[in-house]
Design a binder for this molecule. Structure first.
Ligand code: HEM
Ligand SMILES: *[C@@H]1O[C@H](CO)[C@@H](O)[C@H](O)[C@H]1NC(C)=O
Ligand SMILES: *[C@@H]1O[C@H](CO)[C@@H](O)[C@H](O)[C@H]1NC(C)=O
Ligand SMILES: *[C@@H]1O[C@H](CO)[C@@H](O)[C@H](O)[C@H]1NC(C)=O
Length: 546
């Protein structure tokens, strides 16, 4: 008796399967072509690879040695125009755009037609799991709803705690009392510690105080210190040769590499023990931190805001703990928000001071306006430093905008279409026709390239010139914080913190010199961009240095 599983039957099943799929894909193509025609769409220019699926391009990208953003991304946009498409391994061609109108469509106007999708989630899952950054639909809106109260005005306008962390940072920049000059110092690690200390307290109720621990002589957590396992791990003094910051940065570096491997991102995970070790260190840190926070079990006590009214302090960790007792889930939320809050603001501050050190006239003008608006930093001037005054110091805001324009901390991003849809421009020979996007197709957008387009910003687009912001309206051509329903939740928080730090440093120091201004600025490109060689400067105490 014949079994159903004869070779012949299997063969026919296989052939029917292939025919079915071929047939379906032909119909699918026809449907999509019709959709494109009906909407007046035309193709954008195609990036031409030499080998199928762009294998040669992937190889070139992996072995590329130059500045990926300037010499690869911007160059391609320069050659092909603001919107174009390229081949990728398996699946539909990717549309790349640096056009404000298209980006506005993806993120705002047609928000429902796009999602973040698997492409981001999968490579990053091992480090930070599921949460606001990596989810879509109801999971995302739920995570966003839990986080939103944390960023309300009354929570971010209280600057007392910020001053405490600021004092710790200033302590880490000792000046020689006779010359009035500080030793050569790299400001970048100080900024990363400040944002970490601020964010952990702001979001989770207790600061890891890494600035203090990093300054204190090496301790191994003996009884006389109040340092916990987590604070020691944060400052790299837990006996392992790592700090949380280093491990977090290492892990992100590997992840950003794995994006280049596209579908083969998991190779990194499989073969790099260094990557897995870094991730595991971060997980352990988060677990200790959560446990220690619960053990201390802080009581909610009303806080006084600047205007004198009391309000309930919102501690994200507590709100999250009401949702879930699952330690892994809590850890994932914690790491996601730390990723959002630590590196971004610290990078903005690093870029700002790197640029200021190389543009003495901007430093001088900024300092003059800061002294005018906030005084020279005596204790009597304390009252002047408020949320509202920071916001209305226009030149200060323009300096931060200009740093974010040249070095948007998150330089590139993408979305995936959830339905057949249309982008308004980029198609046809002159790029003015709409472009059809097929369900499942990825649209990548480069804020970095858009922020440096000379047709938008003028011939001096590559120059640091805060004055260009005078009288300029904010629109979709400037997008460091994203736009639409997924706009950065921490925008006001980050700008306030950065403004505060700039004011306090410029009150204290009236001179800044780069240690080395002859080398070109290099970027460290991970999920965010930061100065590759740190921010090495010499600072002169106000009124003391000559
Ligand atoms: C200079 C500082 C910052 C920049 C340039 C920045 C930029 C961005 C960008 C571009 C996104 C969009 C990501 C995407 O949807 O693909 C984003 C999302 C987000 N940011 Fe920020 N960010 C900064 C600081 C912060 C801070 C300090 C926090 C919190 C403490 C924060 C919290 C978030 C959150 C929670 C999201 C996810 C929003 C959502 O998907 O609904 N950000 N940020
Ligand atoms: C175009 O999009 C693909 C897919 O996301 C990306 O890998 C590539 O780097 C992008 N190219 C540029 C120049 O932005
Ligand atoms: C962190 O910084 C923000 C913005 O400056 C501020 O509102 C908040 O109170 C700070 N929190 C802590 C705990 O330092
Ligand atoms: C820590 O030590 C391990 C080996 O013991 C080494 O592979 C790793 O690179 C070190 N990490 C740092 C940050 O020094």
């Amino acid at each position: 008796m014949d079994s159903v599983l004869t070779i012949r039957n299997l063969f026919f099943a296989g052939v029917s399967f292939v025919i079915f799929y071929a047939f379906r894909s032909v119909l699918d193509n026809r449907r999509f072509k019709k959709f494109a025609r009906e909407n007046g769409c035309e193709d954008p220019p195609l990036f031409k690879d030499k080998l199928p699926w762009g294998i040669d391009t992937i190889y070139k990208l992996i072995t590329f040695k130059g500045d990926l953003l300037d010499d690869w991304v911007c160059k391609q946009y320069y050659e092909l125009g603001a919107t174009w498409k390229g081949n990728v391994l398996f699946g539909d061609q990717v549309i790349n755009t640096s056009d404000p109108q298209n980006i506005q469509t993806i993120l705002g106007v047609k928000f429902k037609d796009f999602e973040i999708g698997e492409k981001r989630h999968r490579p990053i899952r091992y480090l930070i799991g599921n949460g606001i950054f990596t989810s879509d639909g109801p999971t995302w809106s739920h995570a966003r709803a839990i986080m939103r109260p944390q960023f309300m005005r009354e929570h971010i306008s209280n600057l007392e705690a910020t001053e405490r962390h600021m004092q710790n940072l200033l302590k880490a920049i000792p000046a020689d009392p006779t010359s009035g000059w500080c030793d050569e110092i790299d400001l970048q690690p100080l900024f990363f510690r400040l944002t970490m200390d601020n964010a952990t307290e702001f979001l989770f109720g207790t600061s890891v105080d890494s600035q203090l621990t990093a300054m204190a002589p090496a301790t191994t957590g003996d009884a006389q210190t109040v340092q916990t396992r987590a604070t020691l791990m944060a400052a790299g003094k837990s006996g392992e040769n790592y700090s949380f910051g280093e491990a977090f940065t290492t892990a992100q570096d590997y992840i950003s590499w794995s994006f280049r491997f596209q579908q083969f991102y998991w190779l990194i995970h499989l073969f790099s023990t260094k990557y897995r070790r870094a991730c595991q260190f971060c997980h352990r840190f988060a677990d200790y931190f959560i446990e220690e926070n619960f053990r201390q079990h802080k009581e909610k006590k009303p806080e006084k805001s600047n205007s004198g009214e009391t309000y309930e302090k919102y501690v994200l960790l507590e709100a999250l703990a009401e949702e879930t007792q699952n330690r892994k889930e809590l850890r994932e939320h914690l790491l996601q928000i730390l990723l959002a809050g630590r590196d971004t603001t610290a990078s903005l501050l690093s870029w700002t001071f790197l640029l200021l050190s190389r543009h003495p006239h901007v430093w001088a003008r900024l300092r003059k306006e800061i002294i005018r608006d906030f005084g020279a930093g005596s204790s009597a001037d304390k009252e002047l430093l408020t949320f509202h005054r920071l916001k209305s110091c226009t030149y200060l805001q323009h300096v931060l905008y200009e740093a974010l324009r040249l070095y948007p901390v998150i330089p590139a991003n993408h979305r995936r279409a959830t339905a057949d849809t249309v982008l308004p421009v980029g198609g046809g020979a002159d790029g003015t026709k709409p472009v059809a996007v097929r369900k499942g197709q990825v649209v990548a957008y480069s804020v970095y390239a858009m922020h440096r387009r000379t047709d938008i910003w003028g011939d001096d687009a590559a120059e640091f010139r805060p004055e260009r912001w005078q009288g300029r309206k904010l629109d979709w051509s400037f997008l460091p914080f994203n736009g639409g329903p997924r706009i950065c939740l921490g925008q006001q928080f980050a700008l306030t913190l950065a403004s505060y730090v700039v004011v306090r440093i410029l009150q204290r120091f009236d001179k800044i010199e780069p240690v080395d201004s002859s080398t070109p600025i290099e970027k460290f490109l991970s999920l965010t961009i930061s100065p590759a060689n740190g921010v090495k400067v010499r600072l002169g105490l106000a009124g003391r240095s000559q």
